[in-house]
Structure formats: structure tokens, C-alpha cells
Ligand binder design. Structure first.
Ligand code: NDP
Length: 258
């Protein structure tokens, strides 16, 4: 069916937005995909059905990546789907740490962001990928791929969203450490950094007058990103041809923040 036939993939936060686009693309190329969701059961079920209708294979699992229990549940679903329930039996080819949260309309500025909001963003965006990657190490086959979804926010100063930017910078650091850790096994680890992408994630920002127009104006390619733009960068890293590309931040942002 495709160039990912016989490969397996785990995508965190695959029910909506960028994660759903990544799941679609991976499954469309023949990968057997497990993806997690936290609240959007309807979207997750619909995506599984859509992929099955198209002849692909995907399994959705409810699992909060900010909790060790959620992560254990997610990997139990992977082991059930891909085989390799015994520790040491490797059955995973591609891990995409995509699940993430922003401020969801709350004040996340350096001046006024709350400790609770900071902790939530760090728990999902940084600690989650750290623990998920840790659990994936024994399951990943040699030659595999780890792809973290960061943000341009991890590169540029963002006093209005300092905690979110910090969480994405931490994910960048995890990317570098992981890349070196798994290098001898031929596994690559890279971070894809999107600019603004048209998903629910930025609904609160988009409600502000002029946000869409300003984003398009500030983006050299002249428009906001689409989920499939980011999925395309992930697919590029999954190709065999990208086997020597590791420890990089790949900006998928239409040239913004250059
Ligand atoms: P959405 O809000 O559209 O989707 C977020 C996804 O993550 C959903 O599938 C959601 O599941 C899941 N999720 C959230 N929290 C958890 C959790 N604790 N455990 C498991 N899954 C969870 O966001 P996007 O698709 O836009 O964002 C995806 C990634 O891209 C994030 O890491 C984000 O930081 C990053 N990003 C997004 C940008 C944008 O402009 N959209 C820009 C730069 C980076 P459910 O719906 O079931 O709760």
C-alpha cells in the first residue's frame, strides 16, 4: 500500500489538529498506527473509522500523557496492537510526541501567568515526552524515528507566553539528549517546530481582531500553516533518506522567525 508498510507508529494526541493529520499520513502510507487522545473521543473514533474505510490500520487509546498511568495505558495498547508485550521485544518504528497544551485563553505572560498553568504546560509538553520517550526506548527498533513537535515559541522570546515557550525549549533539549542516546542504534530524533497552525489550539488567539491577517503578513510564505504542512515535515523525517538527519530543529513555519 505504501512506503511505511510493515512499520508501526505511536502518535500522542492524535485525535485532533496536527496529530490527526500526522496519523492520517502515516496510516495512508501503510503504517499501523496507535494514537492517544485525552478528551475528544468522538474525533478519535471517527478518525479510526476513516482510516479503516480507506484500508489502513489505526487504534485509538484514551491516555493522558501528563500522568505515568496514562503513559502505561498507552504502551499497553501499543504492545497489544504491535506485539512485543515482553520487555525487550522491539516492535515500534516511529514515535511522534505531538500532544501539547497552551494557555487556552488564560494569561500566560511572564508578569501574570499562574503556577498552575505553568505546571500544566510543563507536565504535558515537557515531562510527558520525557516519560513517553523513556518508555519507548526498549520498544523502538533499530533504525527507528523519534519526532517531537515543538514550536517556533521555543526559539523566539515570548514574554506574553513565557511558560509555554519554556516548555517547548525543554522539549528541544530532550530532542538533543535523545538523539545522542539512541544514535548508535541508527534511531534518529528531531524536533519539528511549527509556527501558527490553523487548529483549535490557537482559537483564543484567533479570536483577537487582526490575528489571522497579522500572521499572514509576518509569514514570508504569506499564510498561516495547515495541519498537513506539519505532517509533511514529519513524513520527510520518516523517510529512509533522512537516516543521517538527527538532533535537528526543523522549522515548519513558512519562513517565519528567520
Ligand atoms: P490541538 O489542540 O488541536 O490538539 C491537541 C491534541 O493533543 C489533541 O489530540 C489532544 O487530545 C491532545 N492532548 C492534549 N493534552 C493531552 C494530554 N494531556 N494527553 C494526551 N493527549 C493530549 O493542538 P494542535 O494540533 O495545534 O497542536 C499539536 C502540537 O503542536 C502541540 O504540541 C502544540 O504545542 C504544537 N504547536 C501547535 C501550534 C499551532 O499553532 N496550532 C504552533 C506550534 C506548535 P484531546 O483532544 O483528546 O484532548
Amino acid at each position: 500500500m505504501g512506503w511505511l508498510d510493515n512499520r508501526t507508529a505511536l502518535v500522542t494526541g492524535g485525535s485532533r489538529g496536527i496529530g490527526a493529520a500526522i496519523v492520517r499520513r502515516l496510516a495512508g502510507e501503510g503504517a499501523h498506527v496507535v494514537f492517544s487522545w485525552r478528551a475528544a473521543q468522538g474525533e478519535a473514533d471517527a478518525l479510526v473509522a476513516e482510516i479503516a474505510d480507506a484500508g489502513g490500520r489505526a487504534v485509538a487509546v484514551r491516555a493522558d500523557v501528563s500522568t505515568p498511568d496514562g503513559i502505561a495505558t498507552m504502551f499497553a495498547a501499543c504492545d497489544a496492537a504491535f506485539g512485543g508485550a515482553d520487555k525487550g521485544a522491539r516492535s515500534l518504528d516511529i514515535l511522534v510526541n505531538n500532544a501539547g497544551v497552551g494557555s487556552e485563553g488564560q494569561d500566560a505572560s511572564l508578569k501574570a501567568g499562574s503556577a498552575e498553568l505553568f505546571d500544566r504546560m510543563m507536565a504535558v509538553n515537557a515531562r510527558g515526552p520525557y516519560l513517553v520517550t523513556q518508555a519507548a526506548l526498549d520498544r523502538l527498533r533499530d533504525g527507528g524515528r523519534i519526532i517531537n513537535i515543538g514550536s517556533i515559541s521555543g526559539k523566539v522570546a515570548q514574554p506574553f507566553a513565557a511558560g509555554y515557550a519554556m516548555s517547548k525549549r525543554a522539549l528541544q533539549s530532550l530532542t538533543f539528549s535523545t538523539a545522542v542516546d539512541v544514535a548508535k542504534r541508527g534511531i534518529t530524533c528531531n524536533l519539528v517546530a511549527p509556527g501558527a497552525v490553523d487548529t483549535d489550539f490557537i482559537a483564543a488567539l484567533r479570536a483577537r481582531k487582526g490575528f489571522d491577517e497579522n500572521t499572514a503578513r509576518m509569514t514570508p510564505m504569506g499564510r498561516m500553516g495547515r495541519p498537513d504542512d506539519i505532517a509533511g515535515a514529519v513524513m520527510m523525517l520518516c523517510r529512509d533518506e533522512a537516516g543521517w538527519v538527527t538532533g535537528n530543529v526543523i522549522e515548519a513555519a513558512g519562513g517565519v522567525a528567520l
